[in-house]
Write a protein that binds this ligand. Structure first.
Ligand SMILES: [Zn+2]
Length: 75
């Protein structure tokens, strides 16, 4: 059950205004209109939106993780 897949969103003007200024915590780039982002866990507090291609979906925890963070996660 990959229920979290629905959390994937596209950056629109409203989203850009909401968290566009902070940029992506995974790669440091600013978000741009039309980019796909997901709420992911990583080397930061709680969930932050990052680019979809930088996230890994873990079906065991039903969460997205930042790619590098996920690899380092002890299993
Ligand atoms: Zn990014």
């Amino acid at each position: 059950m990959e229920t979290r897949k629905k959390d994937r969103i596209l950056i629109d003007l409203e989203k850009l205004n909401t968290f566009g200024a902070e940029g992506c915590p995974a790669c440091g780039r600013n978000f741009e209109l039309g980019e796909a982002v997901v709420p992911a866990l990583g080397a930061w507090e709680g969930e932050r939106y990052i680019h979809e291609d930088e996230a890994v979906y873990d079906k065991d925890t039903n969460s997205f993780y930042e790619r590098t963070y996920f690899k380092e996660k002890p299993s």
